[in-house]
Design a protein around this ligand. Structure first.
Ligand SMILES: C[S@@+](CC[C@H](N)C(=O)[O-])C[C@H]1O[C@@H](n2cnc3c(N)ncnc32)[C@H](O)[C@@H]1O
Length: 350
């Protein structure tokens, strides 16, 4: 059952957020493009490739300078919207506002932007510090391109690191200024949860790392993934046969099993089933659509009239079967009364 009575983001707010995201992302892309030597055909190639690659559960080459542009034109608005929706779920579940956040695989900063929007337009607060770990320099370059109207209350420390760097040495998170904490109220993986096959020990180490980086007992870890990436875990989807997708599902299954053995609580939900603001409300993003059409016009993509090159950029996926799965890992039981938030209870405490 949907809980519309408690929704803070109503249709009007949703529209305002989308307009903001459209302007913010457009300025970000424009600013990044003034800093790189770009070739429109390269962007068109990345644009066409990136969708195919994601559908097959693989990653594009994030070090190709045209990939952050293609990624931001298609996915950044949706990733921001997904995280905003998660913040709303957490807020409705009375979870304390995080003051320190570790964003792993931060890409072009979807999580920080969502924090900026949510905690200014919906629930103003004073300050949040984000440590953003990202192994691609090009994605960081785009992340650092801040539009004029940037958020004063969000401080982001970008670090060129991947997840294995922090697992081998948590201290590496201390920035040179040493003004950042070593523990975090919230750890996020937004479409960046590791999905390459790993040994069991690696998953145990990941959980230990999450635990040691979580502030207090109440720290939480949020994993938001497109449904296709982890569908198999939750339902028997016979359409999913790709080996890569099976590995993605196995990765999450491994983590869940380890969490449960270690006495962690796991809540999961899907965004469409929880919040009406992301359900069938695809708003066209006018500025992004214009940038996209201008960039891709007269490239091979448009000359060959390949699908999608001139479709509008939207705030959410047009395919209404598309959804996002959200997992919340916590050591304390955090959420009990949200009907759409299913809690898996750990069977034993370690
Ligand atoms: C699909 S993007 C998601 C970016 C961003 N979190 C968002 O929501 O838009 C995946 C990101 O994970 C990063 N990544 C890839 N391998 C990684 C690793 N081993 N550790 C941390 N991040 C990684 C990629 O460089 C890329 O920026």
């Amino acid at each position: 059952m949907r809980q519309d009575d408690s929704i803070i983001i109503d249709n009007q707010k949703y529209r305002e957020i989308c307009i903001f995201i459209d302007e913010y992302c457009s300025q970000k892309i424009a600013s990044y493009m003034t800093k790189i030597n770009y070739d429109r055909n390269e962007i068109a190639i990345s644009y066409a490739a990136i969708q195919k690659i994601f559908k097959n559960g693989k990653d594009p080459d994030y070090n190709n300078p045209s990939v952050p542009v293609a990624y931001s034109l298609i996915y950044l608005p949706r990733r921001i919207m997904a995280m905003i929706s998660v913040l709303e779920i957490l807020s409705l579940a009375n979870i304390e506002t995080p003051k320190t956040v570790l964003d792993i695989g931060s890409g072009t900063d979807a999580v920080s932007i969502a924090l900026g929007i949510y905690f200014s337009m919906i629930k103003p607060i004073e300050k949040i510090r984000v440590t953003a770990l990202e192994p691609s320099l090009k994605m960081i370059d785009m992340a650092k391109c801040k539009p004029k109207a940037n958020f004063q209350h969000i401080e982001v420390d970008h670090q060129l690191k991947d997840i294995d760097d922090i697992m081998s040495n948590h201290q590496t998170l201390r920035s040179e200024q040493a003004r950042w904490e070593n523990t975090f109220d919230m750890i996020t993986f937004s479409a960046s949860f590791p999905h390459k096959s790993r040994e069991d020990k690696w998953w145990i180490d990941l959980l230990k790392t999450i635990k040691s980086l979580s502030s207090k007992q109440s720290g939480i870890c949020i994993i938001i993934e497109p449904q296709g990436k982890i569908n198999q875990l939750f339902e028997n989807d016979s359409e999913i046969g790709f080996e890569e997708k099976q590995r993605n599902a196995a990765a999450i299954a491994n983590l869940l099993e380890i969490c449960q053995k270690a006495g962690w609580h796991i809540a999961f939900t899907t965004l469409n089933s929880t919040l009406s603001c992301v359900d069938n409300k695809n708003l066209p993003l006018l500025n992004l659509t214009k940038i996209k059409r201008d960039l891709l016009a007269e490239t091979d993509l448009s000359r060959r009239n390949l699908p999608g090159w001139n479709l509008p950029s939207v705030s959410w996926n047009l395919d209404n079967k598309y959804d996002e799965i959200v997992l919340v890992l916590s050591r304390e039981k955090l959420i009990s009364d949200r009907q759409n938030f299913v809690i898996l209870r750990p069977e034993s405490e370690l």
